[in-house]
Ligand binder design. Structure first.
Ligand SMILES: Nc1nc2c(ncn2[C@@H]2O[C@H](COP(=O)(O)OP(=O)(O)OP(=O)(O)O)[C@@H](O)[C@H]2O)c(=O)[nH]1
Ligand SMILES: [Mg+2]
Length: 632
């Protein structure tokens, strides 16, 4: 069954609530004060199920002081029921409400000329002409204009037919997208606990779901869901929905908050928008403060225009809005702005980037980026977003800034990557960088490795972490890894273990270095187990300390020399001979050998014997057993 939200709009006392009652049997006013004063103050709701359509009615107050309540109800309506009293015709809030619905992007509706019983047919015709004249060129230009009377019930059947026709043309919203419910009421129900209501704008909700409350961030569990006045398993978009929540007091919930799929979205205080100013408004200057309404939320915004200093009546521009309070909005969400004082509706628009940065003079590409967002092509948007993200773009950020589903993000990323426009530097989690940035990182990486090897000809390569650090903080780990992989695949670099070097590069020694290296090796070999002091060996060489130290490192890396303890180095031949002598000892004298016997066998002092034995233990040549060693 199709669910459609009908929203009333119109001047005070024009018969909106009476009409809702005449259509549904429910009078939407529920507050004592409303009954006493005979006016609507806050939103009222009623339902009608007929011919396969579930109509949810949102009845709004016409009084100019309660426009902010009207705004909370107008967000989320599918079909506008514009009410014009036949005895009064178009009045200020007829215009204001209509402007609001137009700015909110409502696309269809029906006009009811109410109180038709109070006027003669000439007057009725005149009001009809006035209404048609007023609506010319708007989304209601072709709408039915139907005289009705809630008192005599004249025209009601025709009005219902028109509502059905409008409902039939209303788009069916996709229940498989992320869930979002802007809250318009919160209260406690005896025996149930906290309940919130709202018009379900996206996704679906059912008992057992976990939801996130914005802007607070609390994760809450759904106890039960009502829709259209009865318990349902799941509520779907386009339905008035009541959600019974566990784990929160109703006093912690209020209009303007939003329930959404948990862990996906981010609240915001700064957004880039397309802002449109009504003809009837005064121009807005840079930095002006306005009342801001989106969904059921209301706060104050400071307006900063991109690329211009002010906005004339009837104009539209890209603007950055800085909000006084954090709220949840997503791209495409409509909003309304009202003059700071006196408070009247002056314009509205659509959110383009809900997580915009503060405007800066250097950010020359922002307007082009916003134009791309307006055009709405997913791949172009993702390409532009990646281009602007010097650090790269993760899938969580893409989702929070677009509300695209995972598959949509991956499809767009794949196409862009195939076209060579972005580089997928990590598939899981998805991280993108622009091809330009990636090429730059590869180039810089190659340069850094080259420079390092030039500056350090005796080192085999640069440590990965040192290389990454030398590229600066703007290169994230995934990008660095992908760049290394690419350079290795292109056979430009070797990156085995922790060392990165130019592919195939070998250390080339100067003749005097080769000579010095041989001298070091010879000194250690001839010393046998009477290991010489490293300092003394190096001091005898004809080259300076830094280079001789590197040569020693090379010998250690080549395993010609072996470091047994921090200050003790042996030639590998000496150690090989020692192992042979131990093997001979084992076959002639048995597997146990004391430290004293070891000293005697090798002719070395205790100072050297202990570290050497510990080395042999580590090498599994010997094993410690009480005070002795067992030769293995
Ligand atoms: N004669 C006649 N009176 C009507 C008709 N519809 C509404 N009224 C009366 O007009 C008055 C205002 O009606 P409401 O339905 O409360 O008007 P409203 O537009 O909801 O007013 P607000 O919500 O305060 O903006 C009430 O006294 C109704 O009885 C009608 O079709 N014929
Ligand atoms: Mg009313």
């Amino acid at each position: 069954m199709k669910s459609v939200i009908i929203g009333t709009a119109g001047h005070i006392d024009h018969g909106k609530s009476a009409l809702v009652e005449a259509l549904t049997g429910t009078h939407p006013d529920r507050l004592v004060e409303e009954k006493r004063r005979g006016i609507t103050i806050d939103l009222g709701f009623a339902f009608l199920e007929e011919n396969g359509v579930r109509f949810g009615f949102v009845d709004v107050p016409g009084h100019e002081r309660f426009v902010s309540n009207m705004l909370a109800g107008a967000a989320g309506i599918d079909v506008l029921l514009l009410v014009i009293a036949a005895d009064e015709s178009i009045k200020p809030q007829t215009r204001e409400h209509f402007d609001i619905c137009r700015l909110l992007g409502v696309e269809r509706g029906v006009v009811a000329l109410t109180k038709s019983d109070l006027v003669d047919s000439d007057t009725l015709e005149l009001v009809r002409l006035e209404a048609e004249e007023y609506l010319r060129g708007s989304f209601l230009e072709k709408a039915r204009v139907i005289p009705v009377s809630s008192k005599t019930r004249a025209g009601l059947e025709e009005l219902k037919k028109a509502l059905h026709a409008a409902a039939a043309s209303a788009m069916v919203k996709d229940a498989s997208r992320y869930f979002r419910l802007p809250i318009d009421r919160a209260f406690a129900m005896k025996g149930f606990g906290s309940v919130v209501t709202g018009t379900l704008v996206s996704g679906s909700v059912g008992a057992g779901d976990e939801l996130e409350l914005f802007p607070g961030g609390e994760h809450l569990r759904v106890r039960g869901v009502h829709s259209g006045g009865r318990a349902v398993e799941r509520a779907t978009p386009g339905q008035r929905t009541a959600v019974n929540l566990a784990g929160i007091e109703h006093t912690a919930l209020q209009r303007g908050m939003v329930l959404a799929t948990p862990g996906k979205f981010r609240k915001t205080r700064r957004m880039d928008v397309r802002l449109e100013l009504l003809m009837s408004a005064r121009k807005i200057k840079q930095g002006a403060r306005v009342h801001f309404h989106a969904g059921t939320a209301e706060t104050i915004a400071e307006v900063f225009f991109h690329g211009q200093r002010e906005l004339p009546p009837g104009g539209s521009a890209f603007a950055n809005l800085k909000l006084q309070d954090e709220i949840l909005v997503l791209p495409g969400d409509r909003f309304i702005v009202r003059q700071f004082s006196p408070v009247v509706t002056i314009g509205g628009g659509a959110v383009l980037d809900p997580l915009a940065r503060r405007p800066t003079l250097r950010d020359a590409g922002r307007i082009a980026f916003l134009e791309t967002l307006v055009r709405g092509n997913r791949e172009e948007i993702l390409a532009a977003m990646t281009e602007r993200a010097i650090l790269g773009l993760g899938d969580e950020e893409i989702l929070a800034r677009t509300s695209w589903m995972d598959q949509e993000i991956r499809d767009a990323a794949r196409k862009l990557s195939e076209a060579g426009r972005v580089k997928v530097v990590s598939a899981e989690p998805l991280v993108l960088v622009s091809e330009r940035v990636f090429t730059e990182v590869c180039k810089k990486t190659l340069e850094k490795v080259g420079k390092f090897q030039k500056d350090n000809p005796l080192l085999p390569g640069i440590q990965r972490e040192e290389l990454r650090g030398s590229l600066g903080r703007r290169v994230r780990a995934e990008t660095f890894r992908a760049a290394l992989d690419e350079l290795v695949a292109e056979k430009k670099l070797d990156a085995a273990g922790e060392l990165v070097k130019k592919a195939g590069s070998e250390i080339t020694l100067q003749p005097e270095e080769t000579k010095a290296k041989d001298q070091i090796a010879a000194a250690f070999r001839s010393a046998g187990l009477q290991a010489p002091s490293v300092k003394e060996v190096l001091a005898k060489l004809a080259i300076e300390a830094g280079r001789s130290e590197r040569l020693l490192q090379i010998l250690l890396r080549e395993k010609i020399l072996v470091r047994v303890s921090p200050e003790l180095i042996f030639h590998r031949d000496a150690l090989a001979q020692l192992k042979e002598r131990l093997a001979a000892y084992k076959s002639s004298k048995g597997e146990r050998i004391s430290v004293a016997a070891f000293k005697e066998l090798t002719g070395i002092t205790r100072k050297y014997a202990i570290p050497l034995l510990e080395y042999l233990d580590r090498e599994r040549v010997t094993r410690r057993s009480a005070d002795d060693r067992v030769i293995l």
